[in-house]
Write a protein that binds this ligand. Structure first.
Ligand code: FES
Length: 579
């Protein structure tokens, strides 16, 4: 097939001269790049994204693989999103990075692209952009970081951190030990080593068929990750030659496979929002209900934190994600195409799971199905989610009086007030924490338990919000309430003392008010948005972002392009016509 890059480099005309000259100005001889598949290495390396700090080396490995397979690599930077340092929240900028990735892929002479991502939002942003650009693409994630060790105990960075924060607040841990924990918490590059959002997204990439089998769980500091990177680079050359595009891989069946895998590993609820957004870009009509349906049949098969006890590196040594997929085989669409050019069935390993204490089978699951529930009702007409696998079983059906916080500022000011009227049966409610209200839908959904209750030994409560929750967090937290309060959702109408009813098994979330009472409150509601943004990206974000049940993408980026000028070849053709 004719390479897309030939549009730039093959012409014996002025544009061909200019493009070849630009390459030669970079020091590349015609022999090196002419007639070869050009593979872009979309690198989210950044010194402000600690999880992706090893990507320069990984990109070198990809480059070797591309060259060995007869292609020519061109690395390019994109925006990067560092979960810990970026404020107010990386989620606010996921769509911006996705736009950067999409336009960079479309605008440059790439025949295929390797998407090099790791920290939470970098992978979904790259997948969204690649799905829209629809140039052949393959993902390489950075791998889980080495586990931290503190007081002789191996930690998952996020999962244990939440516990220790509660220990400090309850007076069970000294500040000296807390500082030691701070120094020990991140012993290597790589993404968070438990099944938080980054590991979940890496797993999902494998479930979608957008990377090589086994690539997700190889530890960041294991030499095999560099070997995988070479193989990914080589495979990108094959994708360029075969012309397999993301639109051929990102099908409804592929999303079913990814969701099933996400459920089997006890993955992060953040992945729900990202999968909805990626599906939206790919033109796949995915809804929240599909998550609920697949959850009803998919048990927990992997014993990994936060739902279990091990880290992702143990999953790797037990056979990795291919072993999990083998255990799930009867629940997967095994005829789905992957970027290997083969089907899921072709890619499945023949060998059994190496360690059944880490990866088990469908007939002996670690937890039954319904690790995730979608709940609806007069508090969440368009749905909300709860990770039952990380919740207290006795709170999954609960009724209690609301303690309402108007926003995060209000919560921080009052949640530790000794006079706060709250008991273990209360339902903590946070609003103005959604995509428009915060804005950016931060990970505020694991509302802190008031100290006076912590001191009484309370370790979990029902908490509800329009926010997200860290993939490493746990607790009985109803998240992603849609529509959010700032978009007129009924969450805005709840008052202190209202009875909130949750039945996660039945998929119900209600406030015990009649329609007439809700209408009366709505009529009296101050509709002024809580945060005003008058300029720049934040203003556009608040204006055009969709709700959580639609993946929080921008309304103008959803769906496959119907406009010929957005097609990757046409973007170049139009320019030539004007010369
Ligand atoms: Fe980057 Fe967890 S903070 S992956």
């Amino acid at each position: 097939m004719t390479l897309r890059s030939a549009k730039w480099f093959a012409g014996q005309n002025v544009p061909g001269f200019v493009h070849r000259s630009a390459m030669r100005a970079s020091g590349f001889s015609r022999m090196a790049f002419e007639g070869r598949p050009i593979v872009g290495i979309c690198n989210s390396w950044s010194e402000v994204v600690n999880c992706n700090m090893h990507f320069r080396g990984l990109a070198d490995s990809v480059r070797r693989g591309v060259l060995a397979a007869g292609g020519f690599p061109l690395e390019f930077p994109t925006m990067s999103l560092g979960e810990q340092l970026m404020k107010p929240t990386t989620m606010l900028f996921r769509n911006l990075m996705a736009m950067d990735v999409e336009e960079s892929i479309r605008a440059y002479p790439f025949d295929a692209v390797v998407l090099l991502g790791g920290c939470d939002k970098t992978v979904p942003a790259q997948l969204m952009g690649a799905a829209s650009a629809d140039v052949p693409a393959i993902v390489l994630t950075g791998g889980p970081a080495a586990p931290a060790v503190f007081r002789g105990k191996q930690l998952g960075v996020g999962t244990d951190l939440w516990e220790y924060i509660d220990d400090v607040r309850a007076g069970r841990m000294s500040m000296t030990d807390y500082e030691r924990l701070e120094a020990a918490a991140g012993p290597s590059r790589g993404h968070c080593p438990e099944m938080g959002t980054a590991s979940t997204m890496a797993t999902i990439v494998e479930g979608l068929g957008m990377t090589l089998p086994g690539a997700a769980a190889v530890p960041a500091m294991d030499s095999r990750r560099m070997q995988v990177a070479e193989e990914v680079g080589a495979r990108a050359v094959g994708l360029a030659a075969e012309g397999v595009r993301p639109s051929q891989v990102l099908t409804a069946d592929a999303f079913d496979n990814a969701i099933t895998l996400m459920l089997a590993v006890g993955g992060s609820t953040n992945a729900i929002v990202h999968l909805l957004a990626i599906a939206g870009r790919a033109g796949v009509p995915l809804t929240l209900d599909r998550f609920h349906e697949l959850s009803a049949r998919t048990p927990l098969l992997v014993n990994v934190r936060p739902a279990g006890e091990h880290l992702v590196e143990h999953v790797f040594h037990a056979g990795g994600i291919p072993a999990v997929m083998k255990s799930l085989e009867s629940l997967l669409h095994t005829d789905a195409l992957t970027v290997t050019g083969k089907t899921v069935a072709d890619n499945l390993p023949a060998q059994p799971v190496a360690d059944t204490a880490v990866i088990t089978s469908l007939d002996r699951p670690f937890q039954p199905p319904q690790g995730l529930a979608v709940v609806r009702g007069n508090l969440a007409p368009n749905g909300a989610v709860i990770k039952c696998a990380a919740a207290s079983p006795d709170l999954l059906v609960h009724q209690g009086p609301a303690v309402v916080f108007e926003n995060m500022r209000d919560l921080l000011a009052r949640f530790d007030d000794p006079d706060l009227d709250v008991t273990a049966d209360s339902v903590l409610v946070l609003r103005s924490a959604g995509p428009r209200g915060a804005p950016g839908m931060p990970e505020w959904g694991q509302l802190p338990i008031p100290s006076k209750l912590l001191r009484q030994g309370v370790t979990d409560m029902v908490r509800i919000s329009d926010a997200r929750m860290s993939g490493t967090a746990y607790g009985t937290c109803v998240l992603h309430i849609s529509p959010e309060s700032a978009a007129g959702g009924p969450l805005a109408l709840v008052r202190d003392g209202d009875l909130i009813s949750l039945d996660a098994h039945a998929g119900v979330l209600n406030v015990e008010l009649t329609d007439a009472e809700l209408a009366e409150r709505r009529a009296a509601l101050d509709q002024t948005p809580p945060v005003r943004h008058h300029r720049g990206y934040a203003a556009m974000y608040v204006d055009r972002v969709l709700q959580a049940d639609r993946g929080c993408d921008f309304d103008f980026l959803v769906g496959r392009s119907e406009h010929p000028e957005n097609e990757p070849d046409a973007v170049f053709d139009g320019w030539v016509g004007g010369w």
